[in-house]
Design a protein around this ligand. Structure first.
Ligand code: C5P
Length: 214
């Protein structure tokens, strides 16, 4: 599986469909978040799956445990590959979410990469997530190494905040694709650097080439 996950943060189904088709050489998992899901959730999931690709449903569930458990069951019925929950939802919520049988992978958000935090806080959230049976965490590239060291190499780390070049936007804790993969990330999540590029295919290709074989 290619290690770049594309964040399909667009409003328009046609635009999303074009990105899935144009970039399929370099991307195997497409992230559907609230922006697109609220516009055309089921349609885009169907399109991605018909292209033989996987869906990462990034709705970051954070609610009472029973509601999150049912949300995981509904996501499973949609056939998604993975989904996100907020680790700050707490132990009971994480455990119930993880208890769903034959469920998609669950990746817990430690702390959003747009927020400043401490490695200690991130690590506490990662350890809690692991103890509750979650498959991995979404975390900043700057914390990959310490999470892998503490939680073990089979605990997955998926990292947004990836910037091939210096960018001036809301992501505060950023790194290049090479740095993230070399440090042990299982997947990198890239959105605006690809989808807002003049030539998204060229940027996706460059990222693919830069981490191929690492
Ligand atoms: O456009 P950009 O490359 O910053 O996109 C990053 C994606 O990763 C966005 O869809 C954002 O919602 C998501 N994300 C994040 N930080 C997290 C979890 C998810 O930036 N902790």
């Amino acid at each position: 599986m290619n290690k770049t996950i594309l964040a399909l943060d667009v409003y328009d189904l046609k635009k999303a469909e074009k990105l899935v088709k144009d970039l399929s050489e370099y991307i195997d998992i497409f992230k559907v978040g609230p922006i697109l899901f609220l516009q055309s959730g089921k349609e885009i999931i169907k399109i991605i799956k018909e292209c033989g690709k996987e869906v990462f449903l990034d709705l970051k569930f954070h609610d009472i445990p029973a509601t999150v458990q049912r949300a995981v069951e509904s996501a499973k019925d949609l056939g998604v590959y993975s989904l996100t929950v907020h680790s700050c939802g707490g132990r009971e919520m994480l455990e119930l979410a993880a208890s769903v049988k034959d469920r998609p992978k669950i990746w817990a958000v430690t702390v959003l990469t747009s927020q400043l935090t401490t490695p200690k806080e991130v690590l506490q959230r990662a350890e809690l997530s692991k103890a509750c049976g979650v498959d991995g965490v979404i975390s900043s590239p700057l914390e990959i190494e310490i999470i892998k060291k503490t939680c073990g190499s089979s605990f997955e780390v998926i990292t947004p905040g990836i910037r091939p070049l210096k960018a001036d936007d809301d992501q505060k804790r950023v790194a290049t694709p090479e740095f993230a993969i070399k440090t042990g990330a299982n997947y990198i999540v890239v959105g605006r650097p690809i989808i807002e590029a003049k030539d998204p295919k060229e940027v996706a290709k460059n990222i693919y080439e830069s981490i191929k074989g690492l």
